[in-house]
Design a protein around this ligand. Structure first.
Ligand code: UDP
Ligand code: MG
Length: 321
């Protein structure tokens, strides 16, 4: 029987402390898979790390030729790194995993079983809770998921992580969407396919620090909303109708007041407040439109998602995107 190959894609940004621990832990799982005639292939994507990450990957590769790597010319972000990994992977099944062991390797066995025995196309790992995370981060992420699930057609579920195992068919479908503004969770949901979600207890990062600051996450969430919903664009129309209605009522009130009480000249302060209020609403709506325009602008430039500086392939094979 032909041996199947499982590709493991690991985006890495300054993960020198985690990588040796990750690789050691993965080897235990790999042995279990090897016994079932399934080979592994590791694709490490160095997302412009400034520490020793790339050298560690190269050292691992020297001892193990199932390791492959791509190194970016600068930090292009996890989304670009995942796309690059999917592009390079050659396996029949492909998994996306973080380098910090927050995605428990032993879950892979259950995920694989679900694909083989239950015939799912994608198995996604879902955190049961966010224990150990700052309260404010958990709060905002809950708000974000509630909001996006209301205003987006694609189902984006609270707690679902980027830890996924999928078939080659899913990967090919994903690669057919090389858009610049990427939000993988939304893109996977857009793709459809039979998806199974497996819950697991949240695990703390094994070493090093999270690369996501609060602001980085806020911008990421904002991009996701712009990328997966056009509802914000309707806010301008909605507010326009609302304010038209309010001003109509106000005109009626003024007409009646003038008829009954005459027309004393006062109320300039309230007028100034109204002007300020309405113009701030206009600027807010203009801001929403600009956010969409900026995304169109970036998309039409058609720039590569990432630039490869080095990879384990021969130099002439190293291509952009
Ligand atoms: N990562 C990356 N590029 C980035 C940020 C993160 O490749 O710009 C990688 C990182 O090395 C890790 C994974 O994405 O393997 C998840 O990052 P992190 O643990 O910092 O995120 P968190 O778990 O806190 O959401
Ligand atoms: Mg992490």
């Amino acid at each position: 029987m032909k041996r199947k190959v499982l590709s493991i894609i690991i985006p890495c940004f300054n993960e020198e402390e985690c990588l040796p621990l990750f690789y050691k832990e993965m080897k235990n799982i790999q042995n279990k898979f090897n016994e079932q005639n399934i080979d592994f292939e590791y694709i490490f994507v160095d997302d412009g790390s400034q520490d020793n990450t790339l050298n560690i990957i190269k050292n691992l590769k020297n001892d193990d030729d199932i390791i492959h790597y791509i190194s970016f010319s600068k930090n292009f972000g996890k989304e670009a790194a995942m796309y690059a990994g999917l592009k390079k992977a050659t396996g029949d099944y492909i998994a996306l995993m973080d380098a910090d062991l927050q995605h428990p390797p032993k879950l892979l066995i259950e995920m694989y079983d679900n694909i083989i025995k239950e015939h799912y196309d994608i198995v996604v790992a879902k955190r049961k809770d966010r224990k150990g995370e700052p309260i404010i981060r958990s709060f905002f992420s809950k708000v974000f998921y509630k909001l996006i699930s209301k205003i987006s057609k694609d189902k984006i579920v609270l707690g679902e992580t980027d830890y996924r195992l999928m078939t080659r068919q899913v990967v090919e479908a994903m690669l057919s969407m090389p858009e610049y503004n990427r939000y993988s969770k939304g893109l996977f949901s857009y793709l459809g396919f039979n998806t199974k979600s497996i819950s697991y207890d949240n695990v703390k990062r094994v070493a090093g620090q999270s690369k996501w600051s609060f602001w980085k996450l806020l911008i990421y969430a904002f991009d996701a909303i712009i990328g997966f919903s056009t509802v914000p664009l309707m806010i301008a129309t909605f507010l326009g109708i609302l304010f038209c209605f309010i001003s109509f009522i106000m005109i009626l009130i003024i007409i009646f007041k003038t008829i009954i009480f005459g027309d004393p000249v006062n109320g300039w302060l309230s007028l100034v407040c109204i002007i300020f209020f309405v113009s701030s609403i206009q600027l807010f709506c203009l801001g929403i439109c600009s956010a969409y325009i900026s995304k169109i602008y970036l998309e039409t430039k058609n720039r590569p998602l990432y630039i490869i500086k080095e990879s384990d392939k021969k130099k002439e094979e190293v291509k952009i995107l």
